[in-house]
Design a binder for this molecule. Structure first.
Ligand SMILES: Cc1ncc(COP(=O)(O)O)c(C=O)c1O
Length: 398
């Protein structure tokens, strides 16, 4: 289908709204959730345990703790690693507020790092100059599903005795040099929020190599108890429990866990479809002057949670805002990931300290637009997005 231009804007004849994201939930998954709802066990139980074990197997890790969100998992990981007041934690300015909230709620001091312009993640080069004797941890974010340079960050962490809490909200199923994200950090935290690679509605997972750390996180996620509700009320239950330390109510529930089990069974198919859509966007948009399709570092296999396009306003004067206006007028959803942390009114102190030290983050934010990318997109949906992006960019350049 070609594009038509009216009042300086681009139009295609799209009947329905192409949402920025629509989760793919199967009838089998709906039935499985229904079965749990009928079972009489609605909270943390056998299905959560089964889901945790299935995730560990899928990710080829020894330990995986299901939690109610990635946000909760990040907080738990920092707490279980005893990172708190007086400690500095390096994280990207280009992330969702959850990464920062975990640091702030631990009473630690956030230090904002710039991104590598290719991966859009923080790197050893952007983190090293920020190290001080108080630096205790780095929280890299796999931006859009592109794995960060974990080998380089791991070296930095070893040299300076730092912990790494990886925010892998976007990168479930991604690989770095063949190895699945989830291995090799002190803690790796995934999100199963509705838009993510697999979903439990809301939910998350923490993986780690250390058995004691995993046990502490699992306990902190159920108020610091020495057992959980399933152990108390299950058929081998006992009423007595002890609180080992004050914790949080951060665990997942069985209805979400069965949805997750279904999604996990389809994770490879989701990944294949996401990759196919991304490859079509790359092939059909990559030649446009002023348009930068996502770059992939050698050896990296992104999860393609997001498709992060850049529009250079020096070449395309309408910039990304012009493109977003055209996408919206054509009933195509889009987004921007992310408004850098220090741009928010709550964090003016961070703007004062770091605002002039983040040139790649600022450049990226000025150019960024995220296109719809999800497994249930049809080939026609992809064609529509390509048609509008091409026509909008070409119209803006004339
Ligand atoms: C980079 C990043 N970290 C953390 C989160 C928080 O995930 P959740 O909604 O599971 O808490 C998100 C959510 O979108 C995210 O994009």
């Amino acid at each position: 289908m070609g594009a038509d231009r009216r009042e300086g804007r681009v139009f295609i004849e799209r009947q329905d709204h192409l949402r920025f994201f629509r989760p793919d939930v199967s009838e089998e998954e709906i039935a499985a959730v229904g079965e749990v709802l009928r079972s009489g066990w609605l909270t943390y139980g056998a299905k959560v345990h089964e889901f945790g074990q299935a995730c560990a197997k899928y990710l080829e890790v020894d330990r995986a703790v299901p939690v109610c969100s990635c946000t909760a998992g990040l907080h738990l990981a920092l707490e279980a690693l005893d990172i708190g007041p007086g400690d500095e934690v390096i994280l990207p300015a280009l992330t969702f507020v959850a990464t920062l909230s975990a640091v702030l709620h631990r009473g630690a001091t956030p230090v904002l790092a710039d991104i590598d312009p290719v991966s859009l993640c923080i790197s050893p080069a952007t983190c090293a100059p920020l190290l001080t004797p108080r630096t205790r941890a780095i929280m890299p974010v796999d931006m859009g599903g592109h794995p960060c340079d974990m080998a380089g960050l791991g070296d930095l962490a070893r040299q300076h005795d730092l912990r790494i809490v990886r925010d892998a909200a976007h990168s479930f199923g991604a690989r770095e040099h063949g190895r699945l994200v989830g291995q090799g950090c002190d803690a790796t935290v995934f999100s199963f929020y509705a838009t993510k690679c697999i979903t439990t509605g809301d939910g998350g997972l923490v993986t780690c190599d250390d058995a004691a750390l995993a046990a502490r996180m699992a306990s902190l996620a159920v108020h610091g108890m020495d057992g959980d509700a399933w152990q108390r009320y299950g058929d081998k239950g006992r009423w007595y429990y002890e609180i080992l330390e004050p914790g949080w109510k951060y665990h997942l529930g069985d209805p979400a866990a069965v949805l997750g089990l279904g999604q996990l069974g389809r994770a490879d198919d989701f990944m294949a479809r996401r990759t196919a859509v991304a490859e079509r966007f790359n092939a059909e948009l990559g030649d446009l002057p002023g348009v930068q399709v996502p770059q992939v570092l050698p050896g990296m296999t992104p999860a393609w949670h997001l498709y992060l396009l850049r529009i250079d306003p020096r070449v395309v004067p309408g910039g990304r805002d012009g493109l977003i206006a055209d996408l919206t007028a054509n009933r195509i959803g889009s987004s921007v990931h992310f408004i850098p942390l220090h741009h928010h009114p709550a964090f003016t102190d961070l703007a004062a300290t770091f605002g002039d030290k983040l040139p790649e983050t600022e450049r990226y934010f000025a150019e960024a637009v995220s296109l719809p990318l999800f497994p249930a997109m049809t080939d026609q949906d992809v064609t529509d997005v390509v048609t509008v992006v091409r026509a909008s960019v070409e119209a803006s350049r004339k």
